[in-house]
Design a protein around this ligand. Structure first.
Ligand code: HAM
Length: 497
């Protein structure tokens, strides 16, 4: 016999149940409205992508890529494809060699022979022509290599991939795209931190890096936060330079860090080698006085970056957007250049960043696309909604407008018909599927929080009327169908206004 087992949502994932799900829908719908008023349009992206897309974009040394990705091999498809041309054969051969070295191919003597055979066939392709190519393809397939795929830990990389794949640079104007959906990172779960979490992001890709674009993106973000009542927030702003000035700064920082390495903890010590900028992100109390004395990027920006940052601040002032500069805001992903920002909110404890973003001017090119500028952000929906709930600014939950208390076989067809008409008029209606005594019906209507009970018995059915009972004060009136529809619709408009 199968053992009885109770299944539970996997650690770090959760169900969002009603009525909370209405809050989520409202939150996401408001984002759509605000973003579309800035002429952003939605892009729907795949949930999983080629692992390499994230490794290249986010950076192999980042926590996200090195520790937190959900990566698996998609068996049955061949990573290196079906080579058709000599060029593709050579590329496939390189991919096979890399997969062998990374031990993604089972390290059996038989497979080693195959890899060598592929390599040999590839080298002799110009001599042996077609037969070598055929042998190559056959052996390649025998390796049964799977694609390495990853559940997306973020979506900026996917947006850039899609921008390149669909030649969006050829479209008129900038590509202004937004997305809504789940992301996956294998972090330690805690309040406001999940392994499946949700983001609403927006990206602008195009030829211009005008500071007015950065400012408008931030204006849109703040407009959205204002619309959803997330007003007790702080916007932190920084510029981390570009490929001209940052390498020198990072070298200087690394040197300074080496001088104080013995006073730093193991994580920061490791980062001196792998990613010195990330040391600035440390929250460890003992490291704070040391970090405060380190050289600051703002003193080492090149002229172009300094000017860009100064102009951005002017543009923000013009729009009345308040911000605080934070020279230590370096962000945890490698693709950023110049502008970086984060928004924190109240009521969240240590995981208080509700949005992060910045400029990533080289990313599209890094992924094989044309030279392109980019900027964007992602809002963490879980944390934002938590903050809205904790600060009490959530809108009232959706209410059930009408509960149809019907009784008797003659009343039933009229109940089905009026339910359909009320729903078509935009009201939330509950129609019990089985007959209930009036007392039980009204009790249930009350428990479900219905605003009205529509009483429909044999008498009403015979006279083509309805008895509408307001449950808050038990006031009751008898109406014809037209009167009922008119009354409820005007009430709906009134309560919505
Ligand atoms: P990020 O800072 O890694 O940036 O994530 C953005 C937001 O997602 C965070 O501020 C936080 O609210 C939320 N978030 C991140 N991880 C978790 C988690 N484990 N649980 C709950 N919420 C989380 C990015 O993802 C970039 N792609 C943003 C961007 C867009 N930059 C440019 N364009």
């Amino acid at each position: 016999m199968t053992e009885k087992r109770q299944f539970r949502a996997i650690k770090g994932t959760r169900d969002i149940l009603p009525p909370e799900s209405s809050l989520w829908n409202w939150f996401e719908q408001t984002a759509r409205e605000v973003f579309e008023s800035y002429n952003f349009r939605e892009i729907r992206l795949p949930i999983f992508e080629d692992t390499e897309l994230f490794a290249r974009s986010i950076g192999v040394e980042t926590d996200v890529v090195s520790k937190e990705m959900y990566t698996f091999e998609d068996r049955g498809s061949i990573h290196v494809g079906y080579p058709q041309t000599v060029d593709e054969v050579i590329r496939s051969n390189d991919a096979v060699k890399a997969a062998w070295e990374l031990k993604r191919i089972p390290q059996t003597p038989e497979n080693e022979l195959r890899v060598n055979l592929i390599n040999h066939a590839c080298k002799s392709i110009s001599d042996e022509g077609a037969s070598a190519l055929l042998r190559f393809v056959a052996e390649l397939h025998a390796l049964d290599l799977g694609d390495s795929v990853t559940l997306r830990p973020e979506a900026t990389a996917s947006v850039c991939r899609a921008y390149i794949e669909h030649n969006m640079h050829a479209l008129p104007g900038d590509a202004k795209l937004y997305y809504v959906g789940p992301m996956f990172r294998r972090e330690r779960p805690q309040k406001g931190r999940y392994r499946q979490f949700y983001q609403i992001g927006a990206e602008v890709l195009g030829q211009s890096d005008a500071p007015a674009i950065d400012a408008e993106v931030l204006e849109m973000l703040i407009a959205f936060f204002n619309r959803v009542g997330l007003t007790r927030t702080t916007l932190y702003l920084n510029s981390i330079g570009d490929k001209n000035c940052r390498p020198d700064y990072v070298a200087l920082l690394q040197n300074e860090l080496l001088n104080v390495a013995d006073k730093l903890g193991p994580d920061s010590q490791r980062r001196i080698e792998t990613n010195p900028l990330r040391v600035l992100d440390s929250k460890i109390p003992e490291e704070q006085p040391i970090i405060e004395k380190l050289p600051r990027i703002s003193d080492h920006l090149c002229d172009a970056c300094r000017e860009h940052f100064a102009k951005l601040k002017e543009e923000l002032n013009l729009r009345g957007i308040k911000y605080q500069e934070n020279w230590r805001l370096v962000r945890g992903l490698d693709y950023y250049t110049r502008t970086t920002f984060e928004v924190t909110a109240e009521g969240l404890g240590s995981q208080n960043a509700v949005c992060g973003g910045g400029r990533y001017d080289g990313l599209v090119e890094l992924l094989g696309g044309p030279p392109t500028k980019g900027i964007g952000f992602a809002i963490g929906s879980d944390r934002s909604i938590l903050s809205i709930q904790e600060t009490g600014s959530a809108p009232p939950p959706l209410v059930l407008s009408v509960f149809i208390a019907w009784m008797g076989p003659k009343a039933y067809p009229a109940a089905v018909s009026i339910a359909r008409k009320l729903r078509a008029a935009g009201l939330a209606v509950e129609l019990p599927p089985e007959e209930m005594k009036f007392k039980k019906s009204l009790g249930l209507a009350d428990k479900l929080g219905a605003r009205y009970a529509l009483i429909l018995g044999e008498d009403e059915a015979a006279s083509n009327t309805f008895t509408l009972k307001r449950l808050s004060d038990a006031a009751q009136k008898t109406l014809t169908e037209n009167e009922l529809l008119e009354y409820l619709e005007s009430e709906r408009r009134g309560t919505r206004a």
